[in-house]
Design a protein around this ligand. Structure first.
Ligand SMILES: [Zn+2]
Ligand SMILES: [Zn+2]
Ligand SMILES: [Zn+2]
Length: 414
């Protein structure tokens, strides 16, 4: 600890920075007469100060997450308002925000339970963030207060865009009353795509072919996963309803708390639920994947999913343990490919890619995989690019795009 320690420094600095940002936001809110916002921000400051040191060290990956798991939450089972302690249900928050989200159902020992409450802290508030998704580049612009920057990094004017908020349900969930039904298949809600937030520490190693390819790796990079649905949540007891289309900021609803007594509050607030996590990231900047090419996004995606298959085979990594996102590169006006470890805390998987020979091997295996005649070149199938997790993009994934990008990069690297 006496010597220089990047992770420790980053940990200390980011906590200090967060605290400062909140203090500034609180001052702004007070100066502008937004006293309720100021109270809410004050609660966030308290939350930071009350955080347990071990939890914080693990969250920031200063100590290994597998030894000190912090982002693991429970779904507590309540039957008629009384806790049933027989079962121990827990999940990493990344999964819990969809599987345990309010109105999702779980089956335990052949019995169905419905999650209904977000567990709130006895004092203070859960971590809350505001964000605005840029309609042009899809970047999630995150802030701690309701005020969002006027312009996105891509130049888009954000002043007219809707500002949303999410809370991080880090204390878990509780079940409510489960309605009897003959439908056995549990209802669940879904998490959306993962968004890249940034703030990682860049490692020294890089692979560079000027104007063609830059590969860099990062530790403790931040990614965000959000449940796709909106929820109405009671600020007093955590009672929550998945919202239907009607997105007013508040909704009146008489309800019972988790002990099944009438709650004193009948105004629910609109929110989303999400989780910011830290992991290892490898970034590929490929200037030829131009934003201005109308097929650029489809090319970037097709290439990324081919590469993930290639890496998984080349390095013997479970395909589910790695994933990727496509993001705008504002400097080159191209698409960056960000690959990350899909396991809590990062397992060092994607970083093993940092070596020219390993990249070449992964690209070659990827090219092999997409060069088989499993389907028409103009499309893709479950043998080449498609899988359960990239369903949203199936129509964009084309073998010929992957082949084109892979061939170009292999030429550049040889
Ligand atoms: Zn943008
Ligand atoms: Zn309530
Ligand atoms: Zn195919």
């Amino acid at each position: 600890m006496d010597e220089e320690d990047k992770k420790m420094d980053q940990f200390v600095n980011s906590i200090k920075e967060q605290n400062k940002d909140f203090e500034n936001a609180k001052d702004d809110a007070i100066n502008e007469g937004r006293y309720r916002d100021a109270d809410s921000i004050e609660n966030q400051i308290k939350r930071i100060h009350d955080m347990k040191v071990i939890d914080a060290l693990s969250k920031y990956c200063v100590i290994p997450k597998y030894g000190f798991p912090v982002d693991v939450v429970d779904l507590k089972l309540y039957v008629n308002g009384v806790i049933d302690n027989r079962y121990d249900l827990n999940r990493d928050l990344r999964i819990a925000i969809s599987e345990y989200a309010p109105d999702s159902e779980v089956i335990v020992n052949k019995k169905k339970y419905t999650s209904k409450y977000i567990t709130l802290p006895k004092v203070g508030e859960l971590e809350k963030r505001y964000f605005c998704c840029c309609p042009t580049c899809k970047k999630i612009n995150l802030t701690i207060d309701k005020k969002i920057a006027n312009y996105c990094e891509c130049g888009e004017d954000l002043s007219g865009e809707r500002i949303e908020s999410f809370i991080e349900p880090s204390l878990g969930f509780k079940t409510g009353i489960t309605k009897e039904s003959t439908r056995m298949k549990p209802k669940r809600s879904y998490s959306g795509e993962i968004s890249y937030i940034g703030k990682g520490i860049k490692d020294d190693e890089e692979i560079l072919i000027p104007n063609r390819l830059i590969i860099e790796s990062f530790s403790n990079d931040h990614l965000l996963v959000l449940n796709k649905s909106n929820f109405y949540t009671c600020p007093v007891c955590g009672y929550s309803e998945k919202s239907t289309n009607n997105l007013t900021l508040t909704k009146s609803a008489k309800h019972k708390n988790y002990r099944q007594y009438d709650c004193s509050c009948d105004e629910l607030n609109l929110t989303r639920i999400g989780h910011v996590f830290q992991t290892d990231v490898v970034k590929l900047e490929i200037p030829s994947l131009e934003i201005n090419d109308k097929n650029g996004f489809a090319k970037a995606l097709s290439f990324m999913y081919a590469l993930l298959e290639g890496i998984s085979i080349a390095m013997n990594i479970e395909r589910e343990d790695i994933d990727g996102v496509v993001k705008w590169n504002y400097e080159f006006e191209s698409y960056d490919i960000l690959l990350f470890d899909n396991v809590p805390g990062g397992a060092g998987h994607v970083k093993r890619l940092m070596g020219k020979q390993k990249i070449i091997k992964s690209l070659q295996i990827a090219l092999n995989k997409v060069s088989k005649s499993c389907c028409d070149e103009d499309t893709s199938c479950y043998n080449c690019l498609r899988n359960y997790y990239n369903q949203t993009y199936h129509s964009l994934l084309k073998r010929k795009y992957a082949i084109e990008v892979l061939n170009n990069l292999l030429n550049d690297l040889n």
